[in-house]
Design a protein around this ligand. Structure first.
Ligand code: SF4
Length: 182
């Protein structure tokens, strides 16, 4: 069975993907999201991914919470809107760590749950992932996870299993700019 490393941003975005991939591949979930702020929120989101992995006996790699390093990376882009230049840097920062880990640990394929997000465009994310995969000579699993009924399936599972669903993307700037329904 091929070894697959799935970079996972949160449980709501990845639960349907993990369900789909876990029997097709030797799957490992990779949690590296130092963009998430504050740290309590980071722990909350990570704990939900841990729960999903434990329930299906899927391996998980828990990387460090390097928020200051992430802040340095996006310096000067604090006022960018969601899906602007800051987000491109943020995607690349997280995916580079995943690809590096996949290559160092002899995975055959790597993928990411990032394209599951409602506002996350596969047309932007997947070329970044493909570029990194080419650099490390590893296969990238090119998917738009919003498609094929996965989003609906994910939503259903999140409700049924009482999984925490956040209401902002992740960083302090998305928390600042989030639209709170009146
Ligand atoms: S809005 Fe989301 S994708 Fe964009 S920089 Fe913040 S955490 Fe990263």
């Amino acid at each position: 069975m091929e070894k697959f490393l799935l970079h996972t941003c949160c449980a709501p975005c990845s639960i349907a993907i993990i369900e789909e991939l876990k029997d097709k591949f030797d799957l490992t979930v990779f949690f590296y999201n130092p963009n998430i702020f504050p740290e309590d929120e980071y722990i909350k989101r990570k704990d939900e991914v841990v729960k999903v992995c434990l329930s299906w006996d899927v391996k998980m790699v828990d990387k460090d919470y390097e928020h200051e390093k992430w802040r340095q990376e996006v310096k000067g882009l604090e006022t960018e809107p969601e899906m602007g230049d800051r987000c491109h840097v943020c995607f690349k920062f997280r995916l580079a760590e995943a690809v590096r880990y996949a290559a160092e640990n002899k995975f055959d394929i790597f993928g990411t749950s990032l394209t599951s997000g409602r506002n996350k465009k596969a047309l932007i994310i997947n070329p970044i992932a493909q570029f990194l995969a080419d650099q490390f000579e590893i296969k990238f699993y090119d998917e738009d996870w919003k498609k094929g009924g996965r989003q609906e399936r994910g939503r259903k599972m999140v409700t049924e299993q009482g999984i925490y669903r956040q209401n902002y993307c992740g960083c302090e700037f998305s928390l600042r700019d989030r639209i709170i329904p009146s």
